[in-house]
Design a protein around this ligand. Structure first.
Ligand code: NAI
Ligand code: MG
Length: 505
């Protein structure tokens, strides 16, 4: 079926079967191809953020479970069935998994909505279908990993040399992911690792373990050998930290907060693990005087309100040319005021709840702080309803460059709008942040766009669009937004070691 048609026919009404099959049933850990309870026997609650109801409980994995999972992954990596597969075998397994994700999309999307709060339609298009496409893209890399042949200049009489490099899988990978795009982040981590021939222990965020567990089932169904992918649900401070410390893990890939990223980096260095970090952001969006307002206003609103603002690249600092500032702010405020909040699995909702009580309190705390520090709220500014972790889409103005909500990542639907006068000023202001994940520029003036793009210190810059990611485009941050680039060929580099071979011939 044509893919577009598939979206339109998607029946995302209430909760699908996949959601129902988890409700009231305990989730287990996936270790060595088997579903197991945590060694401690402990479990923790999974909450529907729209209703604050407990959906189910999942196993609380810890150090002992991580250890078993790492050993299973190691066994497959060091001479197990997995290590003997050809690159084409790995490609085919990944393609099969992609098909299974698409085939189960009507279940996975509402499950993601239930667990995270996000809109079902977006879950279907982006988190599920986008993830299947991501897998297909990475499947293609499995058969295209290559080394080089190199000339050498070593001058030893009567000796001749041949040199080349091999790209080989880095080993057992510990992958720790956040709650904002649970399924997509799981696959962003797993797919390049598996394409390269690594084995994995995945730790989903404690707030959103469900689609990773369902993914584990699909991985077994696709036919991956047991132990190639292990899924350990649990808390960061216990299961996550144990994975980072484990001497049997060769590489850690992490997406989450800058604070935890720094701690993970330090801990990973004790055993010199390979490391990639995708961390927070405070991304500026610059609107030039000549921007096409009909597309720019919804564009900049979407840059912050998409996925409840729970996006590392969220355009949370909006800088608008002086002359059009009032008009743009009024337009964004109108959009904010018009959005209908409700459960992600209700098809009439336009924004879902935040993921957790903790995040709800954090975002409301930032709004409070913004007000206290002199900011003016022109839309939203409060929680929504009595049940569920909803926050109104919020637009602030009149916040100084040093105010907390201009400097710190909020990770919610809160944007601060500020007018600017000259290009030079605005680039300096946009770069005045510890972060450097992304930025946006809206303009019709090509030379303005190019000049600003060159000067902005950020890993991805969108011009006249925002927030779009593609499997072929490197993704990651400058400065405190992270280390390394995911996606594209860069992702394969993260999951391979380079081996140099020098042969006397
Ligand atoms: P977090 O960084 O604490 O959690 C992300 C992942 O890391 C989760 O799987 C968690 O269990 C794990 N983790 C936490 N502490 C760990 C440790 N000591 N060792 C190993 N793993 C650990 O993020 P949290 O607390 O959920 O959110 C706090 C803030 O972080 C958010 O408000 C937002 O600003 C930022 N964040 C950024 C994300 C991004 O995509 N860059 C995603 C999630 C949060
Ligand atoms: Mg945390």
């Amino acid at each position: 079926m044509d893919r577009q048609a598939k979206f339109e026919n998607a029946n995302i009404t209430a909760l699908g079967e996949a959601a129902r099959r988890f409700i009231g049933k305990p989730g287990k850990l996936l270790i060595d191809g088997k579903w197991e309870n945590a060694a401690s026997g402990k479990v923790f609650d999974v909450i529907d953020p729209a209703t604050e109801q407990v959906v189910c409980q999942v196993a609380e994995g810890d150090k002992a479970d991580v250890d078993r999972a790492v050993k299973a992954a190691r066994k497959q990596f060091d001479g197990g069935d997995w290590s003997r597969l050809t690159a084409a075998n790995r490609q085919n397994l990944l393609l099969k998994l992609a098909d299974l994700i698409d085939r189960n999309g009507d279940e996975l999307a509402p499950l993601e909505s239930l667990d995270n709060g996000k809109l079902g339609l977006f879950a279907k298009m982006i988190d599920v279908h986008g993830t299947a496409e991501f897998l297909r893209y990475m499947a293609g890399w499995a058969t295209k990993i290559e080394g080089r042949t190199l000339d050498v200049s070593i001058g030893i009489p009567n000796m001749e040399f041949q040199a080349y490099t091999l790209r080989q899988p880095v080993g057992v990978c510990g992958q720790i992911i956040p709650w904002n795009f649970p399924l997509a982040m799981a696959v962003w981590k797993l797919a390049p690792a598996l394409a390269a021939g690594c084995t994995c222990v995945l730790k989903p965020a404690e707030q959103t373990p469900l689609t990773a567990l369902r993914l584990g089932e699909l991985i077994l169904e696709a036919g991956f050998p047991p132990g190639v992918v292990n899924v350990i649900t649990g808390y960061g401070e216990t299961a996550g930290a144990a994975l980072v410390e484990h001497p049997g893990v060769d590489k850690i890939a992490f997406t989450g907060s800058t604070e935890v990223g720094k701690a993970i980096g330090k801990s990973a260095m004790n055993t010199l693990k390979r490391l990639s970090l995708e961390l927070g952001g405070k991304s500026p969006v610059i609107v030039a005087e000549d921007a096409d307002l009909a597309s720019t206003i919804p564009g900049v609103a979407n840059a912050i309100f998409f996925n409840q603002g729970e996006v590392c690249t969220a355009g949370s600092r909006l800088y608008v040319a002086d002359s059009i500032f009032d008009k743009v702010v009024a337009g964004v405020a109108d959009i904010a005021k018009s959005m209908k909040l409700g459960p992600g699995y209700d098809p009439t909702s336009q924004m879902g709840p935040l993921v957790s009580k903790e995040q709800h309190e954090r975002v409301l705390g930032y709004i409070e702080k913004g007000r206290k520090e002199g900011g003016e709220v022109v839309a939203g500014g409060a929680k929504h309803g009595d049940k569920g972790y909803f926050v109104q889409p919020t637009v602030f103005t009149k916040c100084g460059p040093q105010s907390t909500i201009v400097r710190e990542e909020i990770f919610g639907p809160v944007v601060v709008a500020t007018p600017y006068k000259s290009v030079d000023d605005i680039v300096a202001v946009a770069n005045d942040t510890q972060y450097g994940l992304a930025a946006g520029v809206f303009t019709k003036d090509l030379s303005f766009a190019h000049r600003v793009v060159k000067r902005l210190r950020a890993g991805t810059i969108w011009v006249n669009c925002y927030g779009l990611v593609d499997p072929n485009l490197p993704f990651g941050g400058f400065k405190s937004s992270g280390m390394g680039r995911e996606n594209g060929a860069a992702a394969i580099d993260l999951y391979t070691e380079q081996k140099t071979v020098l042969m006397s011939v």
